[in-house]
Design a binder for this molecule. Sequence first.
Ligand code: NAD
Ligand code: DAU
Length: 360
Amino acid sequence: MRTYLVTGGAGFIGSNYIHYMFDKYGDEIRIINVDVLTYAGNLENLKDVEGRSNYTFVRADITDKDAIAKIFAENDIDRVVHFAAESHVDRSIKNPEVFVNTNVLGTAVMLNCAKAAWEQPDGSFAEGKKFLHVSTDEVYGSLPEGNGYFYETTPYSPHSPYSASKAGSDMLVKAYMDTYHFPANITNCSNNYGPYQFPEKLIPLMINNALSGKHLPVYGDGKNVRDWLYVMDHAKAIDMVQEKGRLFETYNVGGHNEKQNIEIVETIIDTLLEILPENDPRRANVSRDLIKYVEDRKGHDRRYAIAPDKIMAEIGWEPETMFKDGIKLTIKWYLEHTDWMENVTSGDYQKYYEDMYKNK
Ligand code: NAD
Ligand code: DAU
């Protein structure tokens, strides 16, 4: 039975990935989920898998060498899928240091512990051991409007402390591959959306605000472009890269689904009005009048757009979920999981929201 060590599995993409893997492989695999449970990590995301005999949760910090080494010592880990990170650009602008610590140092610890566990006396690595580093298209910087794509060969040009720290972590993975022939892959994916995304990110924040009649804060002119991918298509890509990808390669993941932010916000409003029953009291709150253009994000990247040619041609991956279906699925999920939203927005979230948006 193959054993996966998943870091950050209680977060948005990690928890969707764990669901994807158990749906696909059932009892054929074992997953150990290592997560320190920051504000973004939530065990409620994994309630339906926690009783499985082939699933284990370990609360640990990826920067804690001893804790991570212990997990490798006690388990014969075959695959690492490394999601754990600080992931929100706005938070990185306010507080960069924690991003460097978790994203750069945490990745170094993960690499070192995997290397120590997997390296054989002659310096080679045991067959079948693989490390997948989950990264982002933001490391490539910003594209001009309507012109060009990010390829695996595009030079890195990160602008925010978040993307700089992710770029640093990618460079460490590349260095381990080049120096030690460490068996790894990197995936650089575009913006994900779907269930369990924390409402600091554009789509769940707008859904949550619209339902409660709060302003919809659109940064700058609202015309920044992001390339949106349904989270389960990302989970599938990660699995396919580990199954079929060439070791030491980077694969860009994205589905050619570019949208301006304002289009996303308007789609959310229109979809809510389409789905919400006439007698639902929240319906009266939902209106385009809630849109408020606010001060722009500092260093705001204008456009991201992934060229997924390599993963499609080499591995046969392609996205399955059209945006018009994915956004409906996502909005329905949030409407059906109001308890989840209430739980994650109680406590510190109110303070976060006030701090982040007080001058906007
Ligand atoms: P998230 O913020 O929802 O989840 C991050 C998870 O990591 C949380 O469960 C958190 O508790 C955990 N974590 C944070 N610091 C930790 C530490 N020191 N030790 C152990 N666990 C820790 O993030 P996400 O959106 O699910 O992103 C997951 C990964 O995918 C990140 O590496 C991110 O850079 C990358 N990525 C995200 C997107 C996107 O659109 N969200 C797109 C491309 C790549
Ligand atoms: O591209 C992949 C990246 O996508 C991931 O690596 C990051 O982890 C993930 O957070 C995401 O980064 P973005 O900065 O693109 O996502 P965010 O949801 O924060 O913002 C999307 C766009 O919406 C961006 O142009 C900023 C804008 N925005 C965001 C918020 C939260 C607003 O206009 N208003 C808002 O309140």
